[in-house]
Design a protein around this ligand. Structure first.
Ligand code: NAP
Ligand code: MG
Length: 502
């Protein structure tokens, strides 16, 4: 395969994979259909990727079912060794993966290099190490009996991921599933399939057997929906919007699949009057503007104590204005484009929504002109809302768009924090230790960051409550999600049951 011009310009050294990955081989879709994947910097076509239909997914499920008996019975340490090898290969191909991810998603190369790729390698390494450390229990039961539990893999798992962190989210889902002995059929997002296909190539190189992992890029409404419905799939793990999550739950009912959902959020990021203001300003910018705000855990509601609100905004607004927007492939770029034009337009539509409810646009609110006008860019946007009930304070915008709200006292801060249907990430900035921990206790959320924001680690549980979904990724919790418990009873004293004595 020759390198295309677009690849050469992007500094890629190896051919881009653009086929389905089924049973250890890259293949075209049976229908021959493809989908274009675009570079969000200028909306040029990077490549056309095979588009899986139902028949392709049937083949992927069958391959996974064939691979399962051997893979699930492989010594756990051996599965772990293969994941550790994959982590090494990811590091050996770090620059290639970073460039591919930036080209396909718009993540600034700086972020892909220092966050997405190392976190991906770190995730496979963590769960590679975990594979032979996750164990069942022995339970103290009545005399003469031994009771123990086995943690068994669920079987063939379907995984459906969104476009905002394709490389990272693929690892969050695949690493624990594989460590626990499951086989996988995964659908990447339609607009960002490239990095996960590269990972499939590296998995084959690492020696992960054919059929253990299958990748079926395609449409959500077809391929995603069919994975959720498929009777041969025992569990479906999904990251994406709350609306799609609900569809998945319904589709999964046919064979009562185990379901895990990581859905949307509207993270409250609360700054109290006793906070270290500079730390809170920088942390709040990171909370919302990293990855162009396309993060479920983004601190998209900036909740300021009224005493410090002006001083905070006096520095926060110019900081947002100084963020360097540009081509993600440039080393200096701090903010790239959003991942699609359709999504950019959706984000911009919220500027009008804000205005209609009396919101004040403090900065941004439009697409930049000039050299960036052909891409999916949005200026860092700060909106001051009138009420925490306004739409821009309730609905997930999923862009570089932060809604500012103010409060008078702790009770009002808590009312605002818990005043949405979501419950995913949340943060607070304070020097009062009582306040910090009482808020951590009372916030309705899956994650709380105190004097920091958006920290993630493969050992720390990640997930939400309420409309943000259920189940946890990362850590021992992820291994629990990807296994089921079997309870085994042994009559060790060879007792004859006392019942029906004759
Ligand atoms: P989305 O539209 O729900 O799509 C997510 C994935 O689901 C994509 O692969 C999509 O395919 C697929 N899909 C669409 N319709 C489907 C159906 N009927 N059945 C099965 N799969 C289907 O979400 P998005 O807009 O791409 O992603 C942004 C959302 O993800 C935000 O709400 C964000 O908060 C959430 N998110 C949550 C977390 C978390 O951990 N809680 C993390 C990141 C993002 P296509 O690509 O073809 O559309
Ligand atoms: Mg793309």
């Amino acid at each position: 395969m020759d390198l295309s011009d677009i690849q050469k310009t992007a500094g890629l050294r190896t051919p881009i994979r653009n086929q389905l990955f089924i049973d250890g081989k890259f293949v075209d879709a049976l229908s021959g259909e493809t989908l274009a994947t675009l570079n969000p910097h200028d909306n040029s076509v990077i490549t056309h990727v095979a588009m899986a239909g139902k028949a392709d997914i049937d083949l992927a499920v069958a391959a996974a079912q064939r691979a399962f008996p051997k893979w699930s019975r492989l010594p756990a340490a051996e599965r772990g060794r293969l994941l550790l090898k994959l982590a090494d290969l990811i590091e050996a191909n770090a620059e290639e993966l970073a460039r591919l991810e930036s080209l396909d998603t718009g993540h600034p190369l700086k972020d892909s290099r220092f966050l997405d790729v190392p976190r991906t390698a770190g995730c496979y390494r963590y769960f590679g190490g975990m594979a032979d450390k996750f164990q069942g229990e022995t339970i103290p039961v009545e005399a003469g009996f031994l009771n123990y539990t086995l943690r068994e893999p669920v079987g063939v798992v379907g995984q459906v991921v969104p476009w905002n962190f394709p490389l990272m989210f693929t690892s969050w889902k695949m690493a624990p599933a594989l460590a626990a002995g499951n086989c996988i059929v995964m659908k990447p997002a339609e607009i960002t399939p490239l990095s996960s296909l590269k990972i499939a190539e590296l998995m084959a190189e690492a020696g992960i057997p054919p059929g253990v992992v299958n990748l079926v890029p395609g449409l959500g409404s077809v391929a995603g929906q069919y994975i959720a419905e498929h009777p041969g799939i025992a569990k479906v793990a999904f990251t994406g919007s709350t609306a799609t999550g609900k569809r998945i739950v319904q589709a999964s009912a046919g064979n009562l699949k185990k379901v895990q959902l990581e859905l949307g959020g509207k993270g409250p990021n609360i700054v109290f009057e006793d906070a270290n203001l500079q730390a809170a300003i920088n942390g709040s910018a990171w909370a919302i503007f990293h990855n162009q705000g396309q993060a479920c855990i983004a601190g998209s509601r900036l909740v300021l104590h009224e005493k410090i609100a002006d001083a905070f905004l006096d520095k926060f607004v110019p900081l947002a204005q100084s963020i360097r927007l540009g081509n993600p492939m440039d080393d200096a770029t701090e903010m790239g484009p959003l991942t699609s034009l359709q999504h950019r337009d959706r984000v911009l539509s919220y500027v009008e929504v804000a205005r209609q409810q009396g919101g004040e646009i403090l900065t941004g609110g439009k697409a930049p002109g000039g050299a960036l006008s052909g891409g999916c860019y949005v200026e860092p946007t700060i909106v001051r809302a009138k009420s925490f009930k306004d739409r821009v304070a309730q609905e997930e915008v999923f862009g570089p768009f932060v809604t500012v709200l103010t409060f008078k006292d702790d009770a009002e801060a808590m009312q605002i924090a818990n005043g949405t249907d979501y419950g995913l990430g949340s943060g607070l900035w304070t020097s009062n230790v009582h306040r910090a921990h009482s808020f951590a206790r009372d916030i309705y959320a899956g994650m709380v960051w105190i004097n920091c924001y958006k920290r993630v680690n493969p050992g720390s549980p990640f997930g939400g409550v309420g409309q943000s979904g259920y189940g946890r990724e990362m850590g021992f919790d992820a291994m629990r999600e990807y296994t089921q418990v079997k309870s085994v009873w042994v009559n060790i004293d060879a007792q004859i049951p006392p019942h029906y004595k004759r």
